[in-house]
Design a protein around this ligand. Sequence first.
Ligand code: SF4
Length: 76
Amino acid sequence: MLLTDEQIQKLKTAWVRYPDVNETCIGCSACVAISWDVFDLNDEWKSVVKSLDSYEDFWVDDSIMACPVNAITWKN
Ligand code: SF4
């Protein structure tokens, strides 16, 4: 039995992982410089994650490694 397009889309959505920035962010902007499609700084100079359908094709792992306070992690 084959999955319908709708079922495939639901499965894909269920397995999307996304980056999360915790409160230890010091606003250094390294993640934004590396992956500006994913991260931005808000008015309080804290990194925020932009809303995307998928984060797999961006440099999130490099941003995680560059963060000086380990504020970024993957979440499901
Ligand atoms: S690299 Fe880390 S500390 Fe710097 S802005 Fe991004 S989340 Fe904040």
